[in-house]
Unconditional design. Structure first.
Length: 171
């Protein structure tokens, strides 16, 4: 087992995300695990910055929209009459799944309630924002054969260490 982050290592990290004014907008003090070098687990800018780091290291990475959560897309918002929306979705922050004609699902969040109008937004909450990640490396270990085959840390490992799932679907 090596304490250096390289391809096919399972890495446990904690992180803080700040917006461009320095305000904390997300924080996770419980370590999350990801499999280093596997596309899709982590933002590429973060993975690149973590390469070669060791347990105990802290990195700070500025991530502009183009390298992170994308530009804000106004076409991913829509407004409807509140009366057309089921009661359980009539609150800010409520999430609803919508499916397009191609069968692709996307989560939309209620972002605004104004009078008899409700607005849903399908953008990532950090879309259009330059954010700074402060990442602490908590553990590094060799991935098991099962983890390499699945392309992610094993759920058994995550349950044994009480880790939440890895930073997936963040980009």
């Amino acid at each position: 087992m090596s304490g250096t982050i390289t391809r096919n290592k399972v890495v446990d990290i904690t992180y803080l995300v700040k917006d461009d004014s320095g305000t904390a907008i997300e924080q996770n003090d419980i370590p999350v695990s990801y499999l280093h070098g596997v596309q899709g687990e982590l933002l590429p800018a973060l993975e690149k910055a973590l390469q070669g780091k060791k347990v105990g290291d802290t990195i700070e990475v500025l991530v502009p929209p183009a390298e992170g959560f994308g530009e804000y897309d106004a076409e991913l918002t829509f407004t409807d009459q509140v009366e057309n929306v089921p009661q359980e979705y009539r609150q800010i922050g409520a999430q609803a799944q919508f499916e397009n004609d191609a069968g692709e699902c996307k989560t939309f969040v209620v972002s605004k309630l104004e009078g008899d109008q409700i607005t849903f937004d399908g953008n990532h909450p950090f879309a259009g924002k330059t954010v700074t990640f402060i990442v602490n490396v908590k553990a590094v270990r060799d991935a098991s054969e099962q983890e390499l085959a699945e392309g992610r840390p094993s759920r058994d490992y995550a349950l044994e260490t009480t880790n939440p799932p890895p930073l997936a679907d963040r980009h």
